[in-house]
Write a protein that binds this ligand. Structure first.
Ligand code: FAD
Length: 377
């Protein structure tokens, strides 16, 4: 007697699932029937600051997930997963539907940490979801058009994303001919790149009109924001680049999660408490080999995830994924240059940005072509 296929729900179309999706025929051949629950468009974070600075058009960073799923013959529920009833193996979707699963794979990204409850206030932009950064770009451009000068921009967060967003906004303002009025607020001395690389990047930002302050943004009022030590800064736009955490939907699963709310998984990418639930990318973390949230880990985990999802059907033992210990990061500094670093090696300049563009366009354009899009840009 033929066995019923294993019903696999792919929740979220993050980096790993975009790759798995294209191999859906292998899954079906192994007796695994994948369905996808995810919004219809994917925005690629590697290009988000390029779009924010005005260097790239928004369509360059978007992938039509619905078209990709259709081409792979995968049923697509164009909705977010809002909850799970694990005892009955059913998911709740944002459009009110329920979705049954035998196995679940989660690749739903991360959310911006908001320790002071600022994200929902007026003129505040958390860096995630990425789609809102377009609204920020429009608001800054409208200010420049109407006032003829830079808005007062405050970026909270001294990590690579804070630096990159501050530099992108400076670039956007420079493109209109104005001098940027940007504050970057770091809670502690940045150490995420080699010290000399950070010094040079900071010098460059300062020359362009950005001021870097040590402190923590804790409150927002009309036209200003307040730091923990009582200082106030003029502020027309506040951007929260305050770190990333796992989505609430992950905490709500009732499975072990890390301090940052990421699903704790084994090297086989399975929850350490429930082998029918897989995780990849920012929303999950390998307990014995934790890595910070970065797109590269979802991309590199994808082939192992695919094999282990195939093993649901063919019964083979799952493989282990060992995330790399060092990785290449390249920041787009919004002025035609980039900062590339890996371990102790680094490079600052046009070559770094050219390399970033080549990698990012290559990744997104492959997905856009796979979705059937005819590229004209
Ligand atoms: C401004 C900015 C720039 C960055 N630049 C870089 C960079 O250059 N390089 C780098 O490596 N990292 C970068 N990062 C970090 C990067 O965003 C993440 O590490 C990366 O996107 C994580 O990939 P992922 O596949 O886990 O999730 P994502 O790429 O975030 O994809 C998750 C997908 O799941 C969908 N989704 C979300 N919630 C649900 C839900 N409840 N149900 C169903 N679907 C859902 C989303 O719509 C999305 O399509 C940047 C981050 C920011 C904020």
């Amino acid at each position: 007697m033929r066995r019923r296929p294993v019903r696999l729900v792919l929740a979220g179309a993050g980096h790993a699932h975009l790759s798995v999706l294209q191999k859906a025929s292998l899954l079906r051949a192994a007796g695994v029937e994948p369905v996808l629950a995810a919004p219809g468009l994917f925005s690629y974070s590697g290009m988000a600051t390029g779009v924010l600075s005005g260097a790239l058009e928004p369509q360059r960073m978007r992938v039509d997930v619905a078209a990709l799923a259709a081409r792979a013959g995968v049923t697509h529920f164009a909705a977010e997963v809002t909850g799970a009833d694990r005892s009955n193996r059913r998911l709740h979707l944002s459009d009110g539907r329920m979705l049954a699963y035998d196995a679940l794979s989660l690749n739903i990204g991360s959310r911006t940490l908001d320790p002071h409850g600022l994200a929902d206030l007026d003129a505040v932009w958390p860096v995630k979801p990425l789609a809102r950064l377009l609204d920020l770009r429009d608001r800054v451009q409208a200010h420049l058009r109407m006032q003829g000068q830079s808005p007062a921009v405050v970026v909270a967060g001294g990590g690579p994303t804070g630096f990159e967003v501050a530099a992108a906004l400076a670039g956007l303002i420079e493109r209109s001919g104005a001098r940027p009025f940007v504050h970057l607020i770091c809670r502690s001395t940045p150490t995420w790149a080699p010290p000399r690389a950070l010094e040079r990047t900071l010098e460059k930002l300062r020359r362009r009109g950005a001021e870097i302050l040590m402190g923590e943004v804790v409150a927002r009022g009309p036209g200003h924001c307040r730091l923990a030590d009582g200082r106030t800064l003029s502020c027309d736009a506040l951007v929260l680049a305050t770190g990333l955490e796992g989505p609430q939907e992950i905490r709500d699963l009732g499975l072990p999660v890390s301090q940052e709310g990421r699903l704790e998984i084994a090297p086989t990418l399975q929850s350490i408490a429930d082998p029918t639930i897989f995780g990849a990318g920012d929303c999950a973390v390998i307990r014995e080999a934790p890595r910070p949230p970065a797109g590269v880990f979802g991309v590199r985990a994808a082939p192992v995830l695919l094999d282990n999802l195939l093993s649901l059907g063919d019964g083979r033992a799952p493989r282990r994924y060992a995330p790399q210990k060092t990785w290449l990061s390249i920041l787009d500094l919004g002025d035609g240059t980039g900062l590339a670093f890996r371990g102790g090696a680094w490079s600052l300049g046009r070559g770094a940005l050219a390399l970033k563009r080549r990698i990012d366009h290559g990744f997104v354009d492959r997905l856009r072509r796979a979705s059937g899009e005819v590229l004209q840009d």
